[in-house]
Design a protein around this ligand. Structure first.
Ligand code: ZN
Length: 308
């Protein structure tokens, strides 16, 4: 039984229209699901991913309109790293971001910048056999596109506190000091700690809410049991309709989720038209007339694309 790397990463935005513009128009991800936070259905839950909405590429945001900016501190993920193919891709992105008045820090094989709300992102050249997870975008050739997640970095006061849960219950493989590989049969990712900063953690806009690791469909319940036996107090299995979820906090304070690889985003939408309409899971559909008026209308990011 192996976790298949990062399934999705969920963050907070205070400004859904600007967030949508940045992740779809600038970074070229596809909006694959426009729905609401199932724990607070008055706010958006937006999912950006590759063309098919595959686990491993799926960056999601809860929108709390006007939320105060947060700041990652101890027990929070502070950087999300995506893969790109090569140094030419880094050059492409450096120029593309500069055109948006974003000036990244460039190092060999790495480009680091913040999204419009201060969420720290990295594009990294990574040697891997994993399938690239790419979205279509008229201005971004496939060979320069973002190819899915590589890793997350979190701040931890004492990484050793997490070691037993990570290595024994979750089978994270240690690769270096405070670095683990989470690799299954299909793909993998890395989890890394940095020393916690002096300032207090402040959740809010531009911060990561949780990171979800991917499980095979039939192994989800067994993973939950392993986490429970290790003393980490997982939630019951929650049916999120497009996948099933279990949540728990790992000992360094980072909120983890275990999410099933399926059923996936195309179960209730035509794959050609993912993300164009507000989609509610069946047990939320009765709330639609109350939900729709309170959500900021968002455009279909692809409606201005010239038809091929
Ligand atoms: Zn999640």
């Amino acid at each position: 039984m192996k976790l298949e790397g990062i399934h999705h990463i969920t963050c907070i935005t205070g400004d859904a229209p600007r967030n949508l513009d940045f992740y779809t128009r600038v970074l070229g991800l596809r909006l694959v699901k426009k729905t609401v936070n199932q724990d607070d259905p008055t706010v958006y839950h937006l999912f950006y991913a590759d063309e098919q909405g595959n686990p491993g590429s799926d960056l999601t945001f809860f929108e709390y309109p006007g939320a105060d900016p947060g700041r990652a501190g101890g027990g929070m993920v502070h950087r999300i790293t995506f893969r790109v193919k090569n140094e030419d891709a880094i050059t492409f992105w450096e120029k593309r971001l500069a055109a948006e008045e974003i000036y990244p820090v460039r190092a060999p094989g790495s480009l680091i910048f913040d999204d419009p709300e201060g969420l720290n992102l990295e594009l990294a050249v990574v040697e891997t056999q994993d399938e690239p997870l790419i979205a279509e975008h008229p201005e971004i050739p496939h060979y320069w596109a973002i190819e899915g997640f590589d890793s997350v970095r979190a701040y931890a006061y004492d990484p050793d506190k997490s070691r037993a849960l990570l290595e024994q219950a979750l089978d994270f493989q240690p690769r270096a000091d405070a670095e683990w590989e989470v690799r299954g049969d299909e793909r993998g990712s890395f989890y890394r700690y940095d020393p916690a900063p002096a300032w207090a953690a402040r959740p809010g806009a531009g911060t990561v809410h949780h990171v979800a690791w991917a499980t095979q469909m039939d192994e989800h319940e067994a993973w939950r049991e392993r986490v429970a036996e290790a003393g980490a107090h997982p939630t019951p299995v929650i049916d999120r309709f497009w996948f099933r979820s279990v949540y728990f906090r790992e000992p360094s304070g980072v909120l983890f989720e275990l999410a099933t690889i399926g059923p996936g985003f195309a179960t209730d939408e035509d794959p050609e038209h993912l993300g164009e309409q507000l989609v509610l899971p069946p047990n939320f559909e009765h709330l639609r007339s109350r939900i729709e008026p309170v959500l900021t209308p968002l455009p279909n990011p692809r409606e201005t694309w010239t038809r091929k």
